[in-house]
Ligand binder design. Structure first.
Ligand code: ADP
Length: 279
């Protein structure tokens, strides 16, 4: 049930009583659940044939059915990369339906942020090398452990770091830093959304990339939103990455925000609860 309460005043502004409106939203909730279930099933059903197409295309590209001429190879490669894009999109949509239906099971662990980061960096190393990015990591030794789910943390770090790589032209720099902060060190309006007064690890991922226009900033965490800055870097993507990252960070008890200047770069900040401090 959804409710709202408002005061009812006399003409001289004296309080006459209160108006309580109760609305039964069972049907809306049910419709939402059905929509999610439908999208979930559809995406799942689409993934199987797409995976088959990808497999056979790979076989063709590798010359498994005979040598291809240049035009044939080019076409097969185009089919392959588009199939991969489609599979990524389907996986992202599946992830969103999981988050929305609340059916994500978290495996809480005490984790080293630096370890999680090194896994993600290793995975993205080919792109970092290809872009000739200068990567600086400044994480002091002896930082406290964070309380998180390893797979979800990996997903979060992967998307944010991949964006830094995608939206930073060749030769630019990416800087990753982490430190311990108190609630009071966290900027508003984020701080007032935290209900406790405990310690967090603050991770910042800064780049010297194309930056985000002020009018795009409030929308970058929205589903399917892709900024105007894409035109400058021709980066592939679905516009879903950050819309998955934000609810995941919040599910883990953290927060994410961004500061950016067009032509200068962007800094994504993520706070994560420190292990042992949060229930
Ligand atoms: P995608 O990268 O697939 O477009 P995301 O949800 O990950 O989708 O990001 C949404 C938009 O936010 C991007 O299209 C881009 O305009 C902007 N963005 C995200 N990260 C950065 C960054 N590090 N630098 C500049 N723009 C960024």
């Amino acid at each position: 049930v959804n409710f709202s309460l408002s005061p009812v005043l006399k003409e001289n502004d004296e309080l006459l009583g209160a108006l309580l409106v109760l609305r039964d939203i069972t049907r809306e909730v049910e419709a939402d659940r059905m929509k999610n279930e439908f999208i979930g099933t559809m995406s799942h059903e689409l993934r199987t044939p797409m995976t088959a197409i990808k497999g056979f295309t790979q076989l063709l590209a590798m010359g498994g059915l005979g040598q291809l001429n240049d035009t044939q190879r080019e076409f097969v490669n185009t089919i392959y990369s588009n199939t991969e894009r489609m599979i990524n999109l389907i996986n992202d949509v599946l992830e969103i339906t999981k988050i929305e239906s609340g059916s994500i099971d978290l495996e809480w662990r005490s984790l080293h942020l630096a370890e999680a980061l090194s896994g993600v960096i290793a995975e993205l190393q080919p792109q970092i090398t290809q872009h000739r990015h200068q990567l600086t990591i400044s994480i002091p030794p002896g930082l406290p452990l964070i309380r998180a789910d390893a797979m979800r943390l990996h997903q979060i770090l992967y998307h944010v770091l991949l964006n830094a790589v995608k939206y930073t032209p060749a030769g630019g720099s990416i800087t990753i830093a982490a430190r311990e902060v108190m609630n009071i060190d966290i900027p508003e309006p984020i701080r007032s959304t935290l209900s406790d007064n405990r310690r967090y690890l603050l991770l910042s991922i800064s780049d010297t990339g194309v930056g985000i226009r002020p009018e795009d900033l409030p929308r970058i965490f929205d589903r399917f939103f892709r900024g105007e800055n894409l035109l400058k870097v021709e980066a592939g993507g679905t516009g879903l990455g950050l819309s998955i990252v934000k609810p995941l960070v919040e599910l883990l008890g953290g927060r994410i925000w961004v500061e950016s200047t067009v032509g200068v770069g962007s800094t994504f900040s993520i706070i994560m609860p420190i292990a042992g401090e949060h229930a």
